[in-house]
Design a binder for this molecule. Structure first.
Ligand SMILES: Cc1cc2nc3c(=O)[nH]c(=O)nc-3n(C[C@H](O)[C@H](O)[C@H](O)COP(=O)(O)OP(=O)(O)OC[C@H]3O[C@@H](n4cnc5c(N)ncnc54)[C@H](O)[C@@H]3O)c2cc1C
Length: 558
């Protein structure tokens, strides 16, 4: 059923508008849920531009959950560290790693690679991107929304879908027709130059190192790109010296002049430009990420200048948050109220990023008196001590993004240091019956909830039986939506208790997160903790009652 064309009378489940990283990932994940979707894009093919060059750790975990992360490996390099230069002096390096991820290092891959691979996987699944198909307008009815598209042969077509997701980027037509405000501001007076070029410079960064310079109201970031030892990616914020010119043209000589000026390397020589672009940037955030039958993901919901390298990664995470919710509602496994949690979870995360980028932008462009001297004096000490590593890791790698206190975690629950809304951290376990190695987060495949029963494998193998019985009852009640797993701790092999079982022989999980010996963790399909308690009982029952439907599942795609 997937990829089916529905003209006129038929109603699709979901229409995805835009095949950038957000739309492609969303369509891939929706397909897994058996959702009937189409994905259209006005361009003739995926981008051939470098644009976002980094896949952060959380994004890699999502690609792994979809079973496709390995496709990136032949075309990427691992990021080892970022070298920081402030106001004319080298300050030190920071690892930007995520020790608590299965993938502690970020990966370099241009957005052209990421889009090409995502689209190839989608095509393999039989969901072709309908390129050359532009959405002209969006109109909403009671039961569905109708979108008018113009195909590449000039024909206009009305596509009707229960839900429409705009992954159109910052100039979203759907957002316009939903009447949503996109508050923010254009950073007038500045331009950001982008250059994907060959470069020879004495300060050339080694493979696996990014660089970031701040100097006199300007910044320059970038890295060596995979594929050629001289290929570099630069993005340079500078004062707009041609305010009356709206063109995006950029001369190679101008980039070379700025690289020399900001890095202090007078011998830096640039050549073979693959992409040169100069533009004014804005930051902006939609007033809501969802209204009626329309949703916004990625740049359609939030934009900012390239500064922390988060835009594409956040875009894919918007898609990951929304996909399973749409999948559950379309399949009748959950109430429509679940869809409201997309905005309440993802918008605060987007707003926090927007505020962080705006504050950093102003810190750089509007320096206070003595700022340069103070940063030059303090930064090397802080970086050398390693004190900033964890905080900077959290700011970049996205594994610390949490929905605690919002959406599905509005009713707070916690166990030890794990709080509802937090990403469930990885844990190496042995899987019964073969006792082969696996990671706990491999269980969270984007499809089903996981009810994890934690119990010690002590001398009495049936100590956990009441919790196990409760889990089995829920498993039988929600067969399509829920997976039930026993997380057994301790060196002894647990006896067969009727549940899929993984073993944490050293009890690391409980120790690292200060957990009691027994308890239940209900993990959402996207890998975030939904509910946690020492016993199941009424709290767990109320959570299930609220977010899952019993016996109303509708099977699609068969
Ligand atoms: C110069 C530059 C540097 C960047 N650097 C980084 C970085 O270092 N790290 C990072 O994470 N991010 C970076 N970004 C941001 C990143 O590129 C975006 O955040 C990311 O592309 C957003 O993905 P998306 O899928 O939401 O939107 P987009 O990638 O913009 O995709 C939108 C798609 O929708 C299609 N479309 C638009 N309108 C319509 C319509 N009406 N009908 C049909 N199709 C339509 C477009 O053709 C496009 O394919 C950078 C961006 C730029 C421009």
């Amino acid at each position: 059923m997937n990829g089916e064309r529905v003209d006129g009378a038929g109603v699709l489940d979901v229409l995805v508008v835009g095949a950038g990283p957000a739309g492609l990932l969303l369509a891939l994940a929706l397909h897994r849920h058996g959702v009937r979707c189409r994905i259209v894009d006005k361009d003739d093919g995926p981008t051939d531009l470098t644009r976002a060059p980094v896949l952060w750790q959380r994004t890699q975990e999502i690609l792994a959950a979809l079973g496709i992360r390995d496709s990136w490996l032949p075309e990427t390099e691992e990021m080892r560290e970022e070298a920081l230069h402030f106001y004319g002096a080298f300050a030190g390096t920071v690892p930007l790693s995520a020790p608590d991820s299965v993938y502690p290092k970020a990966l370099y891959a241009g957005q052209d690679v990421t889009e090409r691979l995502l689209e190839a996987h989608l095509t393999e699944l039989g969901v072709p991107v309908e390129h050359g198909t532009e959405v002209l307008s969006y109109d909403e009815g009671e039961e569905s929304a109708t979108v008018t598209v113009r195909t590449n042969n000039g024909r206009e077509e009305a596509v009707t879908a229960r839900w429409v997701v705009s992954a159109e980027g910052s100039r979203s037509v759907v957002r316009r027709d939903l009447g949503l405000d996109f508050a923010g501001e254009k950073y007038l007076g500045y331009r950001i130059h982008i250059a994907d070029v060959h470069a020879r410079w004495t300060l050339a960064t080694p493979v696996g190192q990014t660089f970031f310079y701040i100097d006199k109201g300007e910044y320059m970031g970038g890295q060596r790109l995979p594929g050629h030892p001289d290929r570099f990616y630069f993005y340079i914020l500078t004062v707009d010296d041609r305010p009356d010119d709206d063109s995006n043209e950029l001369a190679l000589e101008e980039v070379q002049r700025l690289v020399r000026q900001i890095s202090g390397d007078d011998a830096a020589t640039l050549s073979e430009p693959r992409w040169l672009n100069s533009a004014r940037y804005r930051h902006g955030l939609a007033e809501t990420y969802a209204r009626g039958r329309g949703f916004l993901v990625g740049d359609a919901a939030r934009v900012a200048p390239p500064l922390y390298g988060q835009g594409m990664n956040y875009a894919m995470q918007d898609a990951w948050n929304l996909a399973w919710k749409l999948g559950h509602v379309v399949r009748g496994l959950a109430p429509e109220a679940l869809l409201e949690t997309y905005d309440s979870e993802r918008r605060p995360v987007g707003a926090a990023l927007d505020a962080r980028i705006d504050a950093t932008f102003r810190f750089i462009t509007e320096p206070k008196p003595l700022q340069a001297a103070a940063v030059r004096a303090v930064a090397p000490l802080v970086l050398k001590s390693g004190l900033a590593d964890a905080a900077l890791g959290r700011a970049f790698t996205e594994v610390a993004v949490s929905y605690a206190g919002t959406g599905l975690s509005g009713q707070q629950s916690s166990l030890g240091r794990l709080q509802a809304g937090d990403r469930v951290p990885p844990l190496w376990v042995k899987r019964l019956p073969e006792y082969d190695q696996a990671n706990l987060i491999d269980l969270f495949d984007g499809d089903r909830w996981t009810l994890l029963v934690m119990a010690p494998a002590g001398s009495d193998p049936h100590r956990a039986q009441p919790l196990v019985d409760e889990a089995l009852t829920y498993g039988a009640r929600f067969p399509q939506a829920l997976r039930t797993v026993l997380l057994s701790t301790g060196p002894q092999r647990p006896g067969p208790l009727g549940l899929e079982t993984v073993v944490d022989a050293e009890g690391r999980f409980a120790r690292d997160h200060h957990l009691p010996a027994t308890g239940v963790l209900l993990v959402r399909p996207d890998g975030y903790l939904g509910y946690a308690a020492q016993v199941g009982g009424t709290g767990l029952a109320a959570y299930f009652e609220r977010w899952l439907h019993v016996g109303r599942s509708i099977t699609h795609g068969d």
